[in-house]
Design a protein around this ligand. Structure first.
Ligand code: NAP
Length: 436
């Protein structure tokens, strides 16, 4: 009998787990390398904490992790601890499912002023990502502006508007709950560069904005005039937006204001954000936003730029700078190198999109293997030997289960799904079975 195929999957988010599931089903052995001590990627650290149902997809990943032939190697960063060429020596194939780890830039003056934040950092902070806990978000001003019309922008606007009662039962970090519940923000303005019909957010997320305990949602009817739906989501969004436009504010302490046809041209302030300049846009025949030259200034103390994520290059692996992805055909990058998820197709789609995406990649990989197209791997033995030689601390799946047990035990008395460990020290200590 042939030896099973040995595959390294780099990254433990949805794309990595769906790839692992398909590989195991195809008879391969999978080592999943993850730079954090914890798995699930954006399911743990991106999905908003008030969306526990979406987070519960991790149950499906747990089942994959429990299968024979699967190993989790946490706290191991490819490019730092292990090189790409070393993985090619150790494995028959490598699947990169590393996601899109940074934010897209807008390229406008003031983008880097204190108080102008990429949404990605705010999201990582309130979700307890250990690399982002030192950040201090000054939410003392009255108005926050969120740039972008995607679901991440909606998440950020909604999180800023949640009350203490809405946040308390979630696994939002305690400092984030304190900061949001006690902030000075009265108005959150979400700004879309195109029209309401072109907005990328999905209808269930839009509906949630109208159901918040502590915030009214405000839409100007004039900005909806003449909007023509662009498909089912757009049609349903427009219906909801029209209903919002008919609402009278009920005097809740905060307001979420949805504005359309406006692009930021500058973030204003001398040593920190004091405002934002917006230009009114019209749409050309291809529905691109074209500035009219008519500008307005909004006072605000904090800006969240939620204009999309972007992939980061890995040493020794090809990278398309313009798209922020690893160039590939159907998931194949080159001999024995494959990709899945956002690093393959760009930061689009919902969690489930990654199942089809990863399956496509793995089918190609397995077909390449059956056809004898994979060049032989190098002579190296097991990765654990190399990790031991380098004295690296690797968090196993049992280590993650120990972290999980500590977190859920901390959450239980408070009626929360978990209280996350948010520092590297705490995470690594819990994984090693030590007292935290
Ligand atoms: P997204 O859906 O691609 O939205 C990005 C937004 O930024 C778009 O409105 C885009 O406008 C705008 N934008 C881009 N460049 C801009 C610029 N220079 N100036 C002004 N606006 C600009 O991305 P995302 O919100 O980061 O979400 C990523 C993916 O995760 C999406 O597929 C999303 O659906 C998914 N997600 C899902 C959920 C959920 O299901 N609850 C939650 C979070 C994220 P244009 O359309 O004009 O380009």
């Amino acid at each position: 009998m042939n030896e099973p195929l040995r595959v390294a999957v780099v990254g433990s988010g949805p794309a990595g787990f769906y790839a692992a599931g398909a590989l195991l089903a195809g008879g391969a052995e999978v080592d999943m390398l993850e730079r954090l001590p914890t798995p699930w990627g954006l399911v743990r650290l991106g999905v908003a904490p008030d969306h526990p149902k979406i987070k519960s997809v991790s149950r499906a990943f747990e089942k994959i992790a429990a299968q024979d032939g699967f190993r989790f190697l946490g706290n191991i960063e490819v490019g730092r601890d292990v090189r790409h060429d070393e993985l090619l020596d150790l494995y028959d194939a490598v699947v990169y499912a590393v996601g899109a780890q940074t934010d897209r830039r807008m390229g406008i003056p003031g983008e880097d002023l204190p108080g102008s934040w990429p949404a990605t950092e705010f999201v990582a902070w309130y979700n307890g990502h250990p690399d982002f806990q030192h950040l201090h978000f000054d939410l003392s001003g009255k108005r926050a502006v969120v740039i972008g019309n995607g679901n991440v922008a909606v998440d950020v606007a909604r999180m800023l508007a949640l009350t203490k009662e809405e946040l308390d039962p979630t696994d939002t970090t305690d400092p984030a709950i304190d900061a949001i519940a006690n902030c000075g923000i009265e108005e959150i303005v979400m700004v879309g560069r195109r029209g309401p019909a072109q907005a990328a957010f999905t209808t269930p997320e839009l509906i949630e904005l109208g159901e918040l305990a502590g915030a009214d949602v405000v839409v100007e009817a004039a900005e909806l005039e003449g909007a023509e739906p662009r498909g089912t989501n757009s049609e349903r969004n427009l219906e909801v937006l029209r209903e919002y436009a008919r609402r009278e504010p009920t005097g809740k302490p905060r307001r979420i204001v949805l504005r359309f046809f406006r692009s930021p041209t500058a973030i204003l302030g001398d040593d920190r954000v004091t405002g934002i300049q917006l230009v009114r846009n019209v749409l050309d025949e291809d529905e691109r936003a074209v500035p009219t030259g008519e500008t307005e200034t909004l006072d605000c103390s904090v800006v969240f730029r939620s204009v999309g994520y972007r992939g980061v290059a890995l040493p020794g692996v090809p990278f398309d700078e313009s798209r922020g992805t690893i160039p590939n055909e159907g998931g194949r990058v080159g001999d024995r190198v494959y990709v899945a998820g956002w690093i393959k197709r760009g930061p689009s789609g919902v969690i489930g999109t990654n199942k089809k995406d990863a399956t496509e990649t793995v089918e190609l990989l397995l077909a390449d293997a059956s056809a004898g197209l994979l060049s032989p791997r190098g002579p190296a033995g097991d990765i654990t030997e190399l990790l031991a030689e380098r004295d690296l601390t690797c968090v196993s799946y049992e280590g993650w289960e120990a972290i999980d047990a500590v977190e859920t035990a901390r959450g239980e008395p408070q009626g929360r799904p978990r209280v996350k460990l948010c520092t590297w020290d705490e995470l690594l200590a819990a994984a090693a079975g030590e007292r935290v």
